[in-house]
Design a protein around this ligand. Structure first.
Ligand SMILES: [Zn+2]
Length: 406
């Protein structure tokens, strides 16, 4: 058991890895919610405590099961993002290899890796003992002030689910943040989305997490709207906080921060704030950092730890989302191999390589529309991988799907 403290509530609670569990029905969805994969983000833990207390009081008829798990419990106990390694950047294919082939050497098992091993075993056991459809939800908060928003890997199933929520969504973050737990889990097949509720230590972040969890239980089919206390209030509260409700954004640019550069974000930026090309955004030891293109500010860094200085995002219009959905439903990617400079990977039919000489921005857009993510580049080629389980959930869950490029 560990003790977790909320500055917003001025309260401390004791939790286990499994924060709570509700429902015993084998016919409905299995909903798995993670809180505190970053230890300085206790908001989700406190939101879940309130959800379970309400469920245990009202005891609604619940289709399926809800399981809530703590993320980095060692870091949660200390109120820090992580102990030695960011637990939300280490879910790579090598981890699975080490888990399955004799494990880690003793000196590799840092506290955060220990957490990862425990979480992996929990997920594995849930897949063995529970039934699909599975929904994975990851609760986060940000260092800067923010309206609540959703992050997701761009599968059509994730997109359909995310668009039920009255919040802006960010697609394709996994191309920029490698090794997130949500991307890893998503590659196994379930619907997986993240809720970013606002800044770390404010009361409204806990309330936003509570609202997003209630909505999840309804949209996943575990509860009816009238079984949720004040469903309309939760929906409207999330909706009223942003002018970009149900808009979808893609990431266009990331400033990767290093320890040595003395990165400092200028004050006053919030998520989704419009910015202009050439605008002064931050400073480092080389001088001012200007916006490379116009768009919206996303995740400006106002804390000491973290690899990402800021991102620039841009809205994808509903028209293009619909085009993309149609193209993918009819497997239009089969036509890609007829375009010049694009080759199918012989070993993996989900992968394409594209000659860098002919790769233009247009191609990147086209690949995104068709459900591919950029996985790596060499001098000669860019590699793209089709996201798996775009339109159908797998029948069997196994870590054999995990892609080497994760
Ligand atoms: Zn986080």
């Amino acid at each position: 058991m560990i003790s977790v403290r909320s500055k917003a509530l001025d309260k401390e609670i004791e939790i286990n890895r499994e924060i709570g569990r509700f429902g015993n029905d084998k016919t409905g969805p299995t909903i798995i919610i993670f809180a505190g994969i970053h230890g300085n983000e206790p908001s989700g833990v406190f939101a879940l405590e309130q959800i379970f207390s309400s469920l245990n009081k009202s005891k609604p008829a619940f289709r399926g099961q809800l399981i809530a798990l703590a993320g980095n419990s060692a870091a949660l106990a200390k109120g820090e993002r992580y102990i030695e390694q960011d637990l939300n950047r280490i879910w790579h294919a090598e981890f699975i290899k080490k888990m399955n082939n004799g494990g880690f050497s003793q000196d590799e098992i840092l506290p955060d890796i220990n957490e990862q091993i425990e979480i992996y075993k929990q997920i594995e056991s849930i897949f063995k003992t529970h039934k699909p459809p599975y929904y994975f939800i990851d609760l986060h908060t940000t260092s800067a002030e923010s309206v609540p928003f959703i992050t997701l890997n761009d599968t059509l199933r994730n997109r359909d689910f995310a668009l039920k929520f009255p919040m802006p969504s960010i697609l394709g973050i996994e191309e920029f943040l490698s090794g997130t737990m949500l991307s890893f889990v998503n590659e196994l097949g379930p619907i997986a989305i993240g809720f970013e509720a606002g800044s770390h230590d404010v009361l409204s972040s806990i309330e936003n997490h509570i609202s997003s969890i209630w909505l999840t239980l309804v949209f996943a089919g575990a509860l009816d709207k009238d079984q949720v206390p004040d469903f309309a209030r939760h929906y409207n509260s999330l909706k009223s906080q942003s002018n970009d409700s149900k808009k979808v954004f893609e990431i266009r640019f990331r400033h990767q921060r290093t320890e040595e550069e003395n990165f400092e974000m200028l004050t006053g930026f919030t998520n989704f704030m419009p910015i202009k090309k050439g605008q002064h955004l931050a400073n480092n030891k080389y001088g001012p950092i200007y916006a490379k293109e116009s768009g919206r500010m996303f995740l400006p860094l106002y804390q000491k730890k973290g690899d990402d200085g800021f991102f620039i995002v841009r809205e994808i219009k509903m028209f293009w989302l619909k085009v993309s959905s149609k193209l993918r439903t009819y497997n239009a990617e089969r036509l890609l191999k007829y375009l010049p400079g694009i080759y199918l990977d012989n070993c993996d039919t989900h992968s394409l390589r594209i000659n860098t000489k002919i790769a233009r921005w247009l191609f990147l857009e086209l690949f995104h529309l068709l459900g591919y993510r950029h996985s790596s580049s060499t001098g000669k080629y860019h590699y793209f991988v089709r996201r798996k389980f775009d339109t159908v959930e797998p029948e069997i869950y196994t870590d054999k799907y995990i892609d080497a490029s994760l």
